[in-house]
Design a protein around this ligand. Structure first.
Ligand SMILES: [Zn+2]
Ligand SMILES: [Zn+2]
Length: 83
């Protein structure tokens, strides 16, 4: 059984299951994942935005696309204080 890994920026961190509904059946285990691209993502490479887990990859996409005002509204702005 291969490990579930974070793949953001070549990270390769092995992920710990967030939930194990059935301890003996790994198929049922739930890993932290990005709510946007649904890829497994480690804590280091995920950010909670607007109640959703967003991986760094998607966060960069969102940032590149949205005007600054919308970033502020989403709460992304505060993650990047000026300076
Ligand atoms: Zn993502
Ligand atoms: Zn990672």
């Amino acid at each position: 059984m291969p490990f579930v890994k974070c793949s953001v920026d070549g990270c390769n961190n092995k992920l710990q299951p967030a939930l194990k509904p059935d301890l003996r059946d790994r198929e049922t285990w739930v890993y932290p994942e990005c709510d946007r691209c649904l890829q497994p993502v480690c804590e280091k490479h995920s950010t909670e935005i607007d109640g959703q887990m967003i991986c760094d990859r998607c966060r960069r996409e969102i940032e590149a696309r949205l005007p600054r005002q919308e970033l502020i509204e989403l709460g992304i702005e505060r993650l990047f204080p000026p300076g």
